[in-house]
Design a protein around this ligand. Sequence first.
Ligand code: TMP
Length: 218
Amino acid sequence: MQQKIQGKFIVFEGIDGSGSSTQASLLYQYFQQQQIPAVLSPEPSNGIIGNLVREALRQRLQFTKDPEKFNRQLAYLFAGDRHDHLYNEIDGVFKLLGEGIQVITTRYYFSSLAYNANNPSEYDFIYRLNQDFPDPDLVFYFDLPVEISLERINRRSHQEIYETKAKLTQVRQNYQQIFQTYPGHWYQLDATNPPEVIHQKILQIITDLDFAVESGLD
Ligand code: TMP
């Protein structure tokens, strides 16, 4: 029997408003046009824990009034959702990859490190919670000045708890630090460019290098 070639696990990361979801959708459409089996699978996921997290982010659900405890609770939920997203036997990432399907994920453990750690001891805690999750095959990091991110977010109908200037400034710095030392395959893209320009750059990376990319800046 012919063995299926394992799919690739491709992650899109960036601060809110950086256009990573738009780019993930464009890549998904490209795979569809090429008749390459692919799924778009975000985090927080579409599973039960992921939906719980989304309600908490919109402040429709409050586990505690203490912001520190609330953050810790969310960190556990993000990690629980991640485990479910990767390993559930219905539509988990590894099941799909094993069937030769490309999996495009907006946000992964990089988001937990960038968003949910406000100081070094919290960073250690988040790091420990996530340390057993495997690295993806490729990460696209969308870098965007916070001022532009806020302009884009303010045009939306609703805002989430992390969408403030102070928070996003911290998150952008965290991302820059994380990727400075990240040993896996990653690419930084300038998210101020028009969507079509960014999409073409992504296609170039994917087709030219057939995922065997060198890490580096745009
Ligand atoms: P979204 O904007 O991609 O839908 O993500 C929802 C929010 O969840 C976004 O503000 C980032 C946040 N988030 C975390 O704080 N930690 C995580 O681990 C993940 C996956 C998302």
